[in-house]
Design a protein around this ligand. Structure first.
Ligand code: C5P
Length: 222
């Protein structure tokens, strides 16, 4: 297996997971969606009705939870303590609460340790907010994937419409902006571009163009 370690960071809705899956497969490295890990803890906390201001309980949860990824033809399935949560972690309820959970220091320490452990065993393409700055500061390739907030909101809107979900474009844009502000201003490992990351602005680019661009950045680093 390829031992390359790629850090792919950027704001909400930049299309990280869509391109990450395909680039990881093409490079022959594992794909780790770290956002899914924070979503998984949030889902479990909501299930257990843990108050989201209870940092000790959230930290205990993060230290005891088991998160598994299983490859599927259409993407990646996510399991929490043996229960499939692939769709459950994408609900509005989880999306609206995940930033509060992921801001808890104990939760971050537990997840960063897990993420580093995975990357110590295999080549990896990891997507998130703090991969190039905190999780893998020595990654071989660091990419900051971004797009205008309008383009990101519009993509989310089209994706939801495609799934038959009724939604409001302005509301989606406001939610994305609020989540970015929260993630960028939190005390522990805030979302920030690593100084040595290559910026890829995907506004106006197709998915295939973005994949080709990222793949060429990764290939030239090998
Ligand atoms: O990437 P996704 O939108 O699924 O991430 C959900 C949330 O998880 C982000 O808004 C952020 O609060 C948190 N996150 C994080 N650090 C990461 C990945 C995600 O704090 N490495």
């Amino acid at each position: 297996m390829n031992t390359l370690r790629v850090a792919l960071d950027g704001p909400a809705g930049a299309g990280k997971s869509t391109v990450a899956k395909r680039v990881a497969a093409a490079l022959g490295v594992a794909y780790v969606d770290t956002g899914a890990m924070y979503r998984a803890i949030t889902w479990k906390a909501l299930q257990r009705e843990i108050p989201l201001h209870d940092e000790a309980a959230l930290t205990d949860l993060a230290n005891s939870i088991r998160i598994d990824f299983k490859p599927r033809p259409e993407g990646q399935a996510v399991f929490v303590d043996g229960v499939e949560v692939t769709d459950a972690i994408r609900t509005l309820e989880v999306t609206n609460n995940v930033s509060a959970v992921s801001a808890v220091a104990g939760v971050r320490i537990a997840m960063v340790n897990l993420q580093r452990d995975i990357a110590s065993r295999t080549g990896v393409l990891m997507d998130g907010r703090d991969i190039g700055t905190v999780v893998l500061p020595n990654a071989d390739v660091k990419i900051w994937l971004t797009a205008s907030v309008e383009a990101r909101a519009n993509r989310r809107y089209q994706e939801l419409l495609g799934k038959g979900v009724q939604c409001d474009l302005q509301q989606i844009q406001d939610d994305i902006q609020r989540r970015d502000e929260y993630d960028a201003s939190r005390e522990h490992s805030p979302m920030v571009k690593a100084e040595d990351a290559v910026v890829v602005d995907t506004t106006g680019m197709s998915v295939d163009e973005v994949i080709a661009k990222i793949q060429s950045i990764c290939t030239s680093a090998q």
